[in-house]
Design a protein around this ligand. Structure first.
Ligand code: ZN
Length: 129
């Protein structure tokens, strides 16, 4: 396991996330992820720590309202959020991790247009250790 840091563009929102050395991240094609280019690194809450910027976060919800899309109200970047597939944890945007700590990244497609089908197959959960 490796602890990495990341955050939004303006630097107000900063966090730490602990995840395997070789990261598997999901590239989702649902209505919101395809527009934002979000690469999902899903972790339990115990492996995520918000370091700063909580006051700058704005929440956007749609459809079932389960996912809490958190974005920085200053720069507009969604660096992490509460995902519908794993609301007891967080999905971190791998594109927002500091480059010097990123390591190996494998991108796995997630067919978010068929969200129920993908979820039934066990996708959208944290990567095994
Ligand atoms: Zn920002």
């Amino acid at each position: 396991m490796v602890t990495r840091k990341g955050g939004c563009h303006c630097g107000r929102v900063r966090f730490e996330v602990t995840a395997p050395n070789d990261l598997q991240v999901c590239d989702c094609n649902c209505s919101i992820c395809s527009k934002s280019g979000f690469l999902h690194l899903i972790v339990p809450k115990s492996r995520f720590k918000l370091l700063s910027g909580g006051e700058a976060l704005t929440t956007y919800t749609f459809n079932t309202g389960t996912a809490k899309h958190l974005f920085c109200s200053v720069c507009g970047v969604k660096s992490f959020y509460v995902p519908r597939s794993f609301p007891q944890g967080y999905s971190v945007n791998a594109r927002c991790l500091d480059e010097d700590t990123l390591g190996k990244l494998t991108v796995v497609p997630f067919d978010g247009k068929d969200w129920e089908g993908e979820f039934a197959q066990g996708c959208g959960k944290p990567q095994d250790d």
